[in-house]
Design a protein around this ligand. Structure first.
Ligand SMILES: Cc1cc2nc3c(=O)[nH]c(=O)nc-3n(C[C@H](O)[C@H](O)[C@H](O)COP(=O)(O)OP(=O)(O)OC[C@H]3O[C@@H](n4cnc5c(N)ncnc54)[C@H](O)[C@@H]3O)c2cc1C
Length: 279
């Protein structure tokens, strides 16, 4: 038999996790699918379950001069509607799931699920977002790109939980998000792309590319990005062949029920090409 705890406060949630062997459920939109049972049967959870969805103190969005802070129980729909959230993340959430799922699911759940096709991750990697992780004894802040270690592998001990997502307020001249999926809503991405750049006086000062579902984790490579900083628009476009070669080395998709690796790789390179040539 499994134990179920419905936490009402953060202290209660952290104290429960300290006892060990509890699995967190926020919106439950991933957890229900992963633990589904036959119609009419109770959900087949295999471990003790800690519901955190009623922890009101984690249901917030706040900001200061540099960052927006999103609490772990804040729903995706609230994030979508908040003008303080960087546009690129709102563009991504707009195409995530359906309104019903967005009213239930959380950003923390999408991160902790650590799927290479998790849509929010392409934006969070591009923005250098961080997660605040707390246990009853300590807290730490980690970049989302370091927190995710592989397919469904995260840097989180059993006594810890994500309590907040920290997103830098960044302005770009241009942002571009493309989700490649069989339909707009309620479809998991075959692949996804986020690009952002800024020029000052015809000099590239910032360029970010992240790609989802083309490797075990979202792909973002800072050393490739840095190579092109300082170029004029014309030089940047003229380097398109080199840029595509750089990315073709790190895009390593798999075949699965949604798509095959050749398609994923070619479409990813096409999106990078369009992003660079349209700058
Ligand atoms: C019909 C449908 C359509 C979907 N479409 C999309 C889509 O288009 N794009 C997409 O990316 N996803 C999609 N999803 C997946 C899902 O909705 C998202 O991943 C959502 O953000 C998960 O949030 P949640 O709160 O429901 O997570 P839950 O299911 O509650 O949890 C997911 C995982 O995160 C862990 N977790 C949750 N909160 C915390 C926390 N605070 N600290 C530590 N660990 C935590 C849980 O233990 C679990 O491992 C879809 C799901 C469904 C059912």
């Amino acid at each position: 038999m499994v134990n179920t705890v419905i936490a009402k406060t953060l202290v209660q949630a952290l104290d429960t996790l300290k006892q060990g062997d509890y699995k967190i459920v926020a919106g439950g939109t991933d957890m229900l699918i992963q633990n589904r049972s036959h119609t009419g049967m109770p959900i087949a959870y295999k471990s003790n379950i800690l519901y955190v969805n009623l922890v009101k103190e984690l249901d917030f969005i706040s900001d200061d001069e540099n960052n927006v802070y999103i609490g772990a129980t804040c729903r995706l729909e609230s994030i979508l509607k908040d003008q303080r959230i960087p546009q690129i993340l709102r563009d991504v959430i707009h195409e995530m799931a359906s309104p019903a799922i967005r009213h239930t699911g959380t950003l923390a759940g999408n991160i902790a699920n650590a799927s290479p096709a998790g849509d929010s991750l392409v934006a969070l990697y591009a923005l250098d977002a961080q997660v605040r992780i707390q246990s009853a004894m300590h807290e730490r802040i980690v970049k989302v790109s370091d927190f995710i270690k592989g397919v469904r592998k995260i840097d989180l001990s059993p006594i810890e939980m994500i309590t907040e997502i920290i997103i830098p307020k960044l302005d770009f001249d241009n942002i571009y998000f493309k989700k490649v999926a069989p339909r707009l809503s309620d479809a998991i991405s075959k692949l996804s792309f986020v690009g952002a750049y800024s020029f000052r006086n015809n000099t590239l000062i910032d360029m970010r590319i992240s790609l989802g579902a083309v490797y075990m984790t979202v792909v973002r490579n800072r050393s490739i990005e840095k190579k092109y900083i300082g170029m004029s628009k014309e030089e940047f476009k003229n380097h398109i062949k080199e840029i595509l070669i750089d990315y073709s080395h790190i895009i390593k998709p798999i075949d699965d029920q949604r798509s095959n690796k050749e398609y994923r790789k070619q479409v990813a390179l096409n999106l990078i090409k369009a992003f660079v040539l349209n700058c």
